[in-house]
Design a protein around this ligand. Structure first.
Ligand SMILES: [Zn+2]
Length: 470
């Protein structure tokens, strides 16, 4: 009896095998290959000589190149010899159009930089045309460097959304709101109504743009307004992003004004009962970290900006060890001064080792997670993006290993964290659309975008020559 069963099972296996072999191949839109497929899934799967099949903007399957080729036919195949195939990078905090203020005010602490330079400059020069040109420049730079998703906080969000749709990127765009007469914010006194209007009415034709709220910070927005926006965000199912616990000046101001921390203050307004993306979080107390964990707040680490404005060193390793999903961001190009997430990856991997005098802090894989899978969870998009897995949106990049500095290769994660940079990214795919191929951005005219940015900066230089900044 037993032997018959064995024979039967063997037959079933044989039958299913032969049925499988006879099955026609499925047609997909695209197959993308890589000598190393770094999936960034929960198991940290890396497939040597791997491939991804894409249909209707979604990853249908991942596997070895051979297996994918055996199962799927595609009109477009992007070969992956000497390339790493990995998820697109997630920039959890930026102010895109500040690219046009790049290099205008360096070497000031955060509050001096903001109050004496950035706010006045924004008041003089920011208008819809400035935002369009600055955002196009930012998207060009981000696509070039393999960033596929960004979280933005800047003026004229409808203009930012329009550029994002056109250039094919994925974004959460926060409508800014502030509670004091900042010279940089025309219509500041109407900013809450305008933000509610934007988030309530915005429709993304592609589904790639999510509208959200972006109250500036606890020292520029009242607790009452945080509470009101949280209620509205809850009603609309919209995310909120805000600067929080960024530097010691903020810690002091909030303590003096409200007798508590920024994180405790916002939590008490219900601001963490919705999706909250907290930019910076450099100075959380232990009690604050418990709140972040319990409420699922996603802190975004901005190492270059934090060092440049002398904001401090965020306890990222401690937050991650507590189970908090931390993302990575560049901040705006006026405090970075670029939107290169590879630089942030390297900074995040290095500065905490030095600061803590402990080389085991922020290991390569953890840092890479903050820019991909963990970073996606930090902005509440972990179910859609951040890893190469069947069912997720097809956001991915190919990183070339051709450069001499990437040779030889023993450990692919090591190279991605400690060597690779934005120039090594050769292919960028977002939602199944190829937006950069062979290092050439296809959705924006790079020469025209750069020329418009130069022309705008000439206007700004001429205006400053007439009436210099104070
Ligand atoms: Zn910022």
């Amino acid at each position: 009896m037993k032997s018959i069963q064995v024979i039967l099972s063997a037959l079933i296996v044989m039958t299913s095998t032969s049925a499988c072999a006879a099955e026609p191949k499925q047609t997909v839109d695209m197959i993308v290959e890589g000598d190393y497929l770094v999936s960034m899934d929960a198991q940290g799967t890396i497939i040597n000589d791997g491939a991804v099949a894409i249909r209707d903007g979604i990853i249908v399957a991942t596997g070895s190149r051979q297996d994918i080729a055996a199962q799927y036919d595609a009109e477009t195949v992007i070969p992956g010899a000497n390339r790493v195939l990995m998820p697109g990078l997630v920039n959890g905090h930026t102010h895109t159009a500040m690219t046009l203020f790049r290099g205008m005010a360096d070497d000031y602490d955060l509050m001096t930089w903001l109050t004496n330079y950035i706010f006045p400059m924004e008041g003089r020069f920011v208008d819809p045309d400035f935002i369009k040109i600055g955002t196009e420049l930012a998207c060009l730079e981000m696509i070039r460097g393999g960033t596929t998703t960004f979280v933005d906080m800047y003026f004229y969000p409808e203009v930012i959304a329009d550029v994002t749709e056109r250039c094919g990127m994925r974004a959460i765009i926060g409508a800014p709101a502030i509670d004091f007469p900042s010279p940089g914010f025309k219509g500041w006194d109407d900013s809450f109504a305008a933000a509610v209007d934007f988030v309530s009415t915005h429709k993304s034709p592609s589904g790639r743009v999510t509208a959200g709220f972006a109250p500036h910070a606890p020292y520029t927005v009242t607790p009452q307004h945080y509470a009101a926006l949280a209620a509205k965000a809850n009603e609309l199912g919209a995310p909120i992003t805000t600067h929080i616990a960024e530097d010691q000046a903020e810690v002091k101001t909030i303590q003096e004004r409200y007798g508590t921390t920024s994180i405790d203050l916002l939590n008490k307004q219900g601001a963490f009962d919705v999706t909250m993306i907290g930019a910076h979080v450099v100075w959380p107390t232990d009690a604050d970290m418990e709140i972040l964990k319990e409420k699922g707040v996603g802190p975004i680490h901005n190492p270059t900006s934090n060092m440049k404005t002398a904001a401090g060193f965020s306890p990222v390793q401690k937050m991650i060890s507590k189970g908090i999903d931390v993302g990575l961001g560049t901040d705006g190009a006026a405090s970075n001064n670029d939107l290169d997430l590879w630089e942030e990856i390297r900074m995040a991997a290095l500065i905490h080792k030095g600061y803590n005098a402990d080389a085991t802090v922020m290991p390569a894989e953890t840092v890479l997670q903050t820019a991909t899978s963990m970073g996606a969870r930090a902005i509440d998009m972990g179910d859609k993006i951040g890893s190469l897995e069947a069912g997720k949106r097809a956001d991915m990049i190919q990183v070339s290993l051709d450069a001499p500095r990437l040779t030889p290769l023993y450990n692919v994660l090591s190279h991605l964290v400690y060597v690779a940079d934005s120039e090594d990214v050769v292919t960028t795919i977002i939602d199944g659309q190829v937006v950069m191929l062979n290092s050439e951005v296809l959705t924006l005219d790079a020469q025209a975008v750069k020329a418009a940015a130069v022309a705008k900066s000439d206007e700004i230089k001429a205006a400053l020559a007439q009436a210099p900044a104070e």
